[in-house]
Design a binder for this molecule. Structure first.
Ligand SMILES: NC(=O)c1ccc[n+]([C@@H]2O[C@H](COP(=O)([O-])OP(=O)(O)OC[C@H]3O[C@@H](n4cnc5c(N)ncnc54)[C@H](OP(=O)(O)O)[C@@H]3O)[C@@H](O)[C@H]2O)c1
Length: 294
């Protein structure tokens, strides 16, 4: 690399004031959360590094199989529960009302807490798999609404909901989802879904903001990163923030973990934002929620 990244260093972290986004129910959510999917090196170690670095927002899911380890890491950290924002997700085998109730109780127990800050439907039932996909999603959503009303969950939302599923859900929903967590990164911004959610007051969260690492080698992205003297990963994170999207980077490297939270904020020009939006789909996971068969 011929240039030095404006890299911040952890010593600067106190200068960065973590912004919070206000959800449609008035609750606040930190704009950067720590992703915990597919941690290879033991999530407990990684989460300890994240909590030490100052992350207060943690993104997990039943299917990640790491809630118990996360619960242990939080307990050992001594960070007070009220200072954390914890999200988990109901997996596809628990779409019924009783399934949601059971999943919630298990997640709470594993995470060693008596409430969640955010509970999401991980993936919608889709038309490829179910003739009655609308009814299934409506039933799951009703169960999340009940969980919200019980006070065990402070906000509820969805993940991977595309326009057909969102529109169908809103036909019967009593509570509008607070969040839609979708794949979002340079080269894959799902603008129609984002615009619809913004109009409905649903906050967007970006999953795989660095394309699970696939974007790091993209030549055009590297060229733009060089211009701002930042690393490609930081450019991806700033791209999400500047798009008005909550961002969930994951890392197992302690330096990257710190930098992803504490980097010196900068402004990407309008033309570079456009170029990043239109980047080729290097980072795309290949997962289309309307097509997946899980
Ligand atoms: N709702 C859903 O269906 C869904 C789906 C996928 C993901 N998610 C959520 O989104 C989170 C993030 O997505 P992801 O796990 O796919 O990964 P990601 O954040 O897009 O990318 C992680 C990769 O980027 C690298 N990286 C991170 N920061 C870096 C830095 N500063 N410099 C260089 N490399 C860096 C990491 O390597 P190092 O470890 O070496 O830093 C790792 O290889 C997940 O963990 C999960 O919480 C949700």
């Amino acid at each position: 690399m011929l240039f030095r990244w404006r890299n911040f260093g952890f010593q600067n972290h106190q200068k960065i004031i973590m912004k919070k986004v206000i959800l449609n129910n008035g609750n606040e959510i930190p704009e950067i959360g720590f992703g915990t999917w597919q941690t290879t090196d033991g999530v407990q170690k990684t989460l300890k590094a994240a909590l030490d670095a100052g992350y207060t927002h943690i993104d997990t899911a039943d299917i990640y199989g790491n809630e118990a380890e996360i619960g242990d890491a939080i307990a050992e950290s001594g960070v007070e529960r009220k200072n954390l924002f914890i999200t988990t997700k109901v997996w596809n085998n628990n779409r019924s009302a009783s399934g949601v109730r059971q999943s919630l109780e298990q997640s709470l127990e594993k995470l060693q807490t008596d409430y969640l800050d955010l509970l999401l439907i991980h993936w919608p039932a889709n038309v490829k798999q179910f003739d009655n996909w609308k009814e299934i999603n409506a039933e799951t959503w009703k169960a999340l609404q009940d969980a919200y009303k019980s006070g065990r969950v402070k906000a509820i939302g969805v993940s991977n909901f595309m326009l057909p599923q969102l529109k169908a859900l809103l036909e019967t929903a009593e509570i509008v989802p607070a969040v839609n967590q979708i794949e979002f990164h340079p080269g894959y911004t799902q603008q129609e879904v984002v615009n619809f959610c913004k109009d409905e007051g649903i906050a967007i969260e970006a999953w795989s903001p660095i394309g699970s690492g696939r974007l790091l080698k993209d030549e055009e992205l590297n060229r733009i990163a060089e211009k701002y003297q930042v690393s490609p990963a930081i450019l991806c994170i700033q791209f999400c923030l500047q798009s008005g999207v909550i961002v969930l980077p994951k890392s197992e490297n302690p330096e990257n973990i710190k930098n992803n939270l504490h980097f010196e904020r900068f402004t990407i020009s309008e033309s570079d934002m456009k170029a990043l939006k239109n980047l080729k789909e290097t980072g795309f996971s290949g997962l289309n929620p309307e097509e997946v068969d899980f």
